[in-house]
Design a protein around this ligand. Structure first.
Ligand code: NAD
Length: 365
């Protein structure tokens, strides 16, 4: 392509797609139901692109596109580093989930997923429920996250929480010399599906757990059940703690929050925790904080849906596969210190190496 043409393209929508190396982005619109969605397929070298569908009331189309591009790229790395034969993809639906979702709306989305012929496989993400997956499954077989009664793997969150807990233990081993979390002060931001299960594991191991959430109801319920100590939302970053576990939204590791952190470890389930992958990865190192790469330690949910996708779902097998997160995490942290690079960079490098190596096996040259 001519340089002039390349520059022109890079400023547009296609330019954004090119910058992160995506294979394909599909824009979907249905006049009848009002469905507006984007499906991003980042990389299918290792297998079909599997990733959840998120419904969000994005302020602009650009915001939705950025989200779907970032999330689908993360899925490529997550699958690759977890040893799964899957590529990375993601879908976003624009609009208010509480107002727009109907059977027809979800089935129309299912038809769009089906039109990709299995290159993209969908699953649950923010504002999607198992019931939505059931409607999608009426129009396509390329869907996971179905209830166990339908042969699916059910809610993936407990497996995600278990993997995150093991990743946290591996990081503790690297930093404190022991993987025991007994007596460690852990701040959990967000006690939703994953956070609340993570708190259970931590309490069982006698960690001292602090929790925060936008929802007072959730905080009260988890505190009453587990004895975890509630803290105000704005206090979580500067809390005197050993481990910070972001389990709410992405980008909470940024210029404003990192200087407040007093912990030695960050290990949580939220996707895209580093606002700027490179800059904030190194900013954590400068502050002596060890970061467990999010896409590595929160891969339990993907491992669970992968088990559903390959068939004969077995929860025990999914948990056993998620246990590998401990060793992989330790290996990545050791690689990062050996090579003097950030743990995020070490994790991405490892994921990319697998894609390149396996890609060569599949298309021998
Ligand atoms: P969830 O919606 O059930 O829980 C998120 C919780 O965070 C909610 O309780 C919400 O009120 C709270 N929250 C939102 N903003 C907050 C803020 N600023 N401060 C404190 N709390 C806040 O979602 P989930 O399924 O538990 O997922 C949590 C994170 O883990 C998300 O980033 C998700 O993308 C990621 N993740 C989830 C899975 C899974 O299996 N569910 C898998 C991989 C990654």
């Amino acid at each position: 392509m001519e340089i002039k043409e390349l520059e022109r393209v890079q400023t547009g929508v296609l330019g954004k797609v090119m910058q992160m190396g995506h294979e394909q982005v599909v824009f979907c619109y249905d006049e009848h139901t009002g469905l507006r969605a984007m499906i991003a397929i980042h990389n299918t070298t290792l297998g079909p692109a599997l990733g959840g569908t998120r419904m969000w009331n994005y302020a602009t189309e650009e915001e939705a596109l950025t989200d779907v591009l970032r999330l689908s790229r993360g899925m490529t790395f997550k699958a690759a580093i977890s040893g799964l034969n899957l590529g990375g993809g993601k879908a976003v639906i624009m609009g208010d989930a509480s107002k727009l979702k109907t059977e027809a709306f979800m089935r129309r989305f299912g038809k769009f997923v089906n039109s990709l012929g299995g290159k993209y496989i969908t699953a649950e993400d923010v504002n999607m429920k198992t019931a939505d997956m059931e409607f999608i499954s009426m129009e396509t077989k390329h869907v996971t996250g179905l209830p166990e009664s339908m042969g699916g793997g059910g809610d993936p969150s407990p497996v995600t929480a278990y993997g995150t807990y093991l990743g946290m233990k591996a990081t503790a081993k690297k930093v404190f010399g022991s993987d025991s979390l007994a007596g460690k002060r852990v701040g959990v931001q967000g006690v939703g599906q994953v956070g609340m299960h993570l708190v259970d594991h931590l309490i069982k191991e006698n960690a001292k757990v602090f929790i925060t959430d936008i929802s007072d109801e959730k905080v009260d319920a988890v505190a009453a059940k587990t004895g975890a100590i509630p803290v105000p939302m704005e206090k979580i970053y500067s809390l005197d703690m050993d481990i910070y576990a972001p389990c709410a939204l992405g980008a909470t590791l940024n210029d404003e929050t990192i200087p407040q952190l007093k912990c030695a470890v960050v290990a949580g389930a939220a996707n895209n925790q580093l606002k700027d992958e490179t800059r904030h990865g190194y900013m954590l190192i400068d502050r002596g904080i060890t970061y467990a790469p999010d896409f590595l330690i929160n891969a339990g949910g993907l491992i669970n849906v992968y088990n559903e996708y390959v068939g004969n779902y077995n929860r025990q097998r999914a948990y056993e596969q998620a246990e590998k997160i401990y060793t992989t995490c330790l290996n990545i942290l050791n690689l990062a210190s050996r090579e003097k690079i950030s743990s995020q960079e070490a994790a991405i490098r490892t994921a990319e190496n697998r894609i390149t190596e396996v890609g060569r096996v599949r298309i021998p040259r």
